[in-house]
Design a protein around this ligand. Structure first.
Ligand code: FUB
Ligand code: ZN
Length: 648
């Protein structure tokens, strides 16, 4: 079965060109310590490495092509792997001989860094060869392996390179031999899920069942033996590899109970969504309903109780983690870029389990808000943490907000997010459609051409749209087979007004789990869809204490925010009335083209008051409030920002 989509969308092509022309070369320079940049710590913590990346040099040293010591986090290798994965996808939409040559050379270097038995990790090979797999709670050895396997799989698919695949299978075979339930094997897991995703991908590529079995072993073993990490720690009895992780509860590693008994989203947010992604992949691949049910429960808990309106997840910096239901503080949260990327991974796998449009709704929410807020419009500055409310002076002076940056750094001491963004955007074509059995799901509205070929399938879907600028979408479909095929077009949950037509005739749209289902018979057909995309007010469930009396504005998939550059300082003084008109205007020259929303509102007047507490109610003056899409904030200098605005 072969299916692929080619993106020709103006909004997304700008991003994809940015990845190819800016992010990939820029990140390559950073990984080689050739970029003249300042690297910031992600929060005020002196132990965070921030002198250089050194990621490529670590490989040169491990490969014995250079001398020196490892520098950086134990998971520094993963920055290179994610970069390679981004390169692989970019080659699929824009071939580049020079880039391919560079990537080949990196794989060659990695081959030399790989040990005889398949082991691959520069930190341990260089610094502590005797401690391999002895501190899995912190070591990230399998996390890095998973990222390498993902990169090599993508590279093989893009270029046919046998070398990259050979390193990956040697590494995977070594892991399959080392870990498992047989005598002599390590019956344990990595503190950070990711190997499970990598092994599943390698299974899909090679068909070798052992890879899926080992992914399944890692998933099912998690939480079965909660004392595993601490036992390893005691046996090892040496310095920490990652200071402080064992201070976190077992939930941090999703080790508090066996995976199939987990029904809430707990712990470190990226780990949780990576685990859930692999579990959903395994469920979709095997059809095992027990696994699917666990995924559904975790999903429900995230989406119903623990996700920000921007698709961000992770309510606290402590452990970069979930906290409790409805606890969604706007100014101390984490909302790591990687976590929302991981939420998209999870949603994509859920769509393989079942055609439920909510998965794509959430995917879209995360993508158009937190994910792309993770990078500046220039592709060279990145947020790790994506707040819903930020005040520069508070971030600078409140130690509890040192992680809430108001200017995107050029690079971060922990650089997980920038290359993760690059690989996500470069692979966006894989999120638009899902092929399941005999149906094609249209999840995202992105101008593209989709081809699906199989023994008995030959279908092309050309999606025409200028979404979300323009509410009209059309699909030109060519089904070259006798059998009809089911096309399921998502009707986004943010609209309740939409009209459809098939071959020029207006049609009622009946939805099934949020999809408009159409049987496409042999021949050429045109399907039209018009969605009402108007600015809307959104309110939180009253259980979210932080948002009482506040309103957020959205238009289509975008959530909007106020910035002080448009509205003056002290955004907490602004108020929107519940019935002021929300005036949307497309501004081609602003922030690479955005729709702004303006509304009449008020500002509380603070001038004159000297006392901290007053018995007089503050005066109000009227003010026009201007909002921009959240993802584009902090692109016009340092700035206050707020998503949830007081409603008066
Ligand atoms: O631990 C590796 C990566 O670093 C995680 O995914 C991020 O959350 C950051 O902690
Ligand atoms: Zn990250």
């Amino acid at each position: 079965m072969k299916h692929e989509a080619r993106i020709s969308d103006s909004f997304w092509n700008r991003y994809r060109k940015l990845v190819k022309n800016e992010m990939i070369p820029y990140q390559w320079d950073v990984l080689n310590d050739k970029a003249d940049i300042s690297i910031e710590r992600e929060r005020d913590d002196a132990s965070i490495p921030n002198e250089k990346s050194h990621a490529m040099e670590n490989f040169r040293i491990a490969a014995k092509r250079a001398k020196g010591e490892h520098y950086g986090w134990v998971f520094q290798d993963s920055d290179v792997y994610k970069w390679l994965e981004a390169v692989s996808y970019s080659l699929c939409y824009e071939w580049d001989d020079d880039l391919k040559k560079t990537a080949d050379e990196v794989f060659d270097l990695i081959k030399d860094a790989q040990e005889e038995d398949g082991y691959l990790n520069t930190y341990f090979s260089i610094m502590e060869p005797d401690r391999k797999y002895r501190r899995l709670g912190e070591s990230h050895e399998l996390y890095c392996a998973g990222h390498f396997i993902e990169a090599a799989t993508a590279y093989h698919q893009a270029t046919g390179s046998p070398d990259a695949l050979a390193i990956a299978t040697k590494l995977a075979d070594h892991i399959c031999q080392t870990f498992g339930e047989r005598e002599g094997q390590i019956k344990g897991v990595d503190g950070h899920e990711e190997i499970e995703i990598g092994l599943m991908r390698l299974y899909h590529l090679t068909g070798k069942k052992e890879y899926m079995d080992t992914a399944s072993f890692f998933l099912m073993e998690r939480g079965k033996d909660p004392g595993f990490f601490i036992r390893q720690l005691r046996e090892d009895n040496k310095d920490a590899l990652l200071e402080g992780v064992y201070r976190f509860p077992l939930k941090y590693f999703q080790m508090h109970r066996p995976v199939l008994e987990q029904d809430t989203a707990e712990g470190h947010a990226v780990r949780l969504v990576y685990m859930s992604t692999a579990l959903a992949d395994l469920a979709a691949t095997t059809g095992d309903e027990r696994l699917a049910d666990t995924c559904r429960k975790i999903w429900r808990n995230i989406v119903d109780k623990r996700m920000y309106i921007t698709g961000g997840i992770g309510s606290t910096v402590t452990g970069e983690a979930f906290t409790l239901d409805y606890d969604l503080p706007n100014d101390t949260m984490y909302c790591e870029t990687c976590a929302s990327i991981g939420l998209m991974f999870f949603a994509r796998q859920m769509l393989r389990i079942e055609a439920v449009a909510e998965y794509a709704d959430v995917m879209e929410r995360a993508l158009y808000n937190t994910v792309i807020s993770g990078m500046a419009l220039d592709g060279r500055h990145f947020f790790y943490v994506n707040p819903l409310e930020a005040v520069p002076q508070k971030s600078a002076n409140d130690p509890g907000k040192s992680h809430v940056k108001t200017v995107r750094p050029q690079w971060l001491g922990c650089a997980c997010c920038p290359p993760n963004l690059a690989r996500l955007i470069a692979s966006l074509d894989r999120y638009i459609y899902t092929v399941r059995n005999d149906e094609i799901l249209v999840n995202l509205f992105i101008r593209s051409e989709f081809k699906y070929e199989d023994d008995d399938k030959n279908i092309t879907v050309i999606q025409n749209c200028d979404y979300p600028k323009d509410p009209k979408i059309s699909f030109d479909i060519e089904n070259n087979n006798d059998a009809s095929v089911k096309l399921k077009i998502r009707i986004p949950s943010w609209t309740d007004k939409y009209t459809g037509s098939i071959d020029g005739t207006k049609t009622d749209i009946a939805t099934e789990n949020g999809y408009w289902c159409i049987d496409v018979t042999k021949g050429k057909h045109t399907i039209g869809l018009e969605l009402e995309i108007i600015p809307k007010r959104w309110y939180s469930n009253p259980k979210v204490s932080e948002n009482t009396g506040k309103v957020a504005i959205g238009r289509g998939p975008f959530i909007y925010c106020a910035e002080s550059v448009d509205n003056g300082e002290d955004l907490h003084l602004l108020g929107l009335s519940p019935n002021s008109f929300l005036d949307h205007k497309w501004q081609e020259d602003l922030l690479e083209g955005v729709g702004t929303i303006e509304a009449e509102g008020i500002r509380l007047v603070k001038d004159g008051a000297k006392e901290l507490y007053l018995t007089d109610r503050p005066q109000r003056s009227s003010q026009k409030i201007r909002l921009i899409p959240y993802y584009a904030w902090a692109n016009r200098g340092e700035n206050e920002m707020r998503v949830w605005i007081n409603e008066i």
